[in-house]
Ligand binder design. Structure first.
Ligand SMILES: Cc1cc2nc3c(=O)[nH]c(=O)nc-3n(C[C@H](O)[C@H](O)[C@H](O)COP(=O)(O)OP(=O)(O)OC[C@H]3O[C@@H](n4cnc5c(N)ncnc54)[C@H](O)[C@@H]3O)c2cc1C
Length: 430
């Protein structure tokens, strides 16, 4: 792929699914040998399911076991669309049937509870023990439950959902929005960096505003942000003024947005500048790598997993590859597209390692669409390469929707967003 390709053409390539092959990810020759290498994958989300599928696609002779407790994986991408009333939970549910039946991945519905790095085994909640030659860990995120006074897992499961792992949490937040009176206040409280899907909270504010504008127009949304700036900020603010004038207020950390505590019984949050009450309160707590990564000693002091950027092999525990949100992947954001891209790279690397070959330096891609309203989309995209400074974005490889994009362009981006979703879920679970 030429690095000079236009941004719009690049987006079209991504939607049509050929960007990966243009980058050499899908086009890799199938290995001639028939190894029986045992690969175990923990986590069947964007990273893990991609890795499991592409291992079998590239070399059907590999023995690939995927451990994932959920029978239906609800994608975080498009979960904001559910809150906006534009998709249903059924629309965003993915299963493992095709991975199992068509690609021959051994899918085990269980939770990994321990990794023995000396014996190279994974213990499951059921007591079963799996042997591995190489292990891929893609457990996503966990929350720092002690970071906000008064906020706990049980509060998130009752009055103040985070809805940052799609599923019952999404349904809870949606029910609260449906039950809220017209004229109510929704508080959305995003964390500081780094966190899963940097534009996610702001797309959420947009699509909740879309719902409120139609059904409860006297209501308002206040974003109490721990940060002083956020992803695609100019584009979001411009869109909010156009689509939802006066409905969304964003307060930066420096102007009183940073929350220090919550009171679930009075439905209020404390900031450095005072107390704010909400009828619906969505707290998105600070995050860290999924629990199993901690238990296996894969994390560093940052709470995330340092990796070799060529193979995504842990630099702490050899033989274990960490991908997706849990990994420290340089300039790549914590996104589903990034996780899937890393899953393909790790699949190709492991096959080469099993053949005794040196893994090739990866080409990695990411694009994140955000919907502000049904015909109003914006995006950020990038191609990444390895340098001595780690994984960096290739200058000029992607970029942002232009600030002066016209209505046709914004509508086209909304259509690309739909195409992107259909394409990526088909690529991973289909
Ligand atoms: C509201 C929202 C909107 C988003 N929108 C977008 C978007 O438009 N585009 C985009 O690219 N990204 C988006 N994202 C980000 C995307 O969801 C994540 O970056 C992506 O899911 C990360 O993939 P992962 O494999 O690291 O983790 P996940 O996809 O979360 O998968 C982790 C899996 O591991 C399993 N697991 C955890 N621990 C264990 C264990 N011990 N044993 C077995 N299984 C385990 C979990 O059950 C889970 O299924 C969004 C996120 C949010 C919250």
């Amino acid at each position: 792929m030429s690095q000079n390709i236009s941004r719009r053409d690049f987006n079209k390539l991504l939607v049509s699914g050929v960007a990966g092959s243009a980058l050499g990810l899908f086009g890799m020759a199938r290995p001639a040998f028939a190894a029986q290498n045992r690969i175990v994958v923990i986590g069947g989300g964007f990273g893990g399911a991609s890795a499991a599928k592409y291992l079998k696609k590239l070399d059907p002779s590999m023995s690939v076991t995927l451990v994932e407790p959920k029978a239906i994986f609800y994608t975080c991408p498009f979960s904001n669309w559910v809150l906006g009333g534009m998709k249903t939970m059924e629309d965003i549910g993915q299963t493992y049937t095709i991975l199992k039946n068509k690609y021959g991945v051994n899918v085990i519905a269980d939770t990994a509870t321990g990794i023995d790095t000396v014996k190279s085994t994974v213990t499951l909640k059921s007591g079963k023990v799996l042997n591995y030659d190489r292990l891929i860990v893609s457990p996503g995120i966990d929350f720092k439950w002690n970071a906000i006074e008064g906020y706990s897992e049980s509060v998130s499961n009752s009055s103040m959902p985070h809805a940052y792992q799609a599923g019952p949490q999404t349904v809870r937040l949606q029910k609260q929005l449906l039950a809220m009176k017209d004229g109510g206040t929704v508080l959305i409280c995003p964390p500081g960096n780094p966190f899963r899907c940097p534009p996610g909270p702001y797309e959420r504010a947009s699509l909740i505003a879309h719902y409120l504008k139609e059904k409860k127009p006297k209501s308002k949304i206040i974003i109490l942000d721990a940060k002083d700036k956020f992803s695609k900020q100019g584009l979001f603010k411009k869109g909010w003024e156009r689509l939802y004038p006066g409905m969304i207020e964003w307060r930066s950390g420096a102007t009183g947005g940073k929350i220090t505590g919550v009171n679930a019984s009075s439905m209020s949050v404390m900031t450095e500048f005072g107390t704010e009450k909400g009828d619906v309160i969505n707290i998105i707590p600070p995050q860290q790598a999924g629990k199993i990564a901690f238990d296996a000693g894969l994390t560093d002091a940052s709470g995330w997993c340092p990796i070799n950027p060529i193979t995504f092999e842990s630099i702490i525990q050899p033989g274990i590859h960490v991908i997706g949100d849990a990994a420290i992947a340089g300039a790549m954001p914590k996104s589903g597209f990034a996780a899937s891209s890393q899953g393909k790279v790790v699949a190709a690397s492991i096959i080469r390692l099993c053949q005794g070959k040196v893994p090739a330096p990866p080409s990695l891609v990411n694009t994140c669409y955000s919907l502000l309203g049904p015909g109003y989309g914006v995006s950020v995209a990038g191609v990444y390469k390895l340098t001595s400074a780690g994984i960096v974005e290739i200058p000029g490889s992607g970029g942002l929707t232009p600030m002066d994009a016209d209505d046709d362009h914004l509508n086209e981006e909304a259509m690309f967003a739909r195409g992107w979703y259909n394409n990526i879920v088909q690529d991973i679970w289909g």
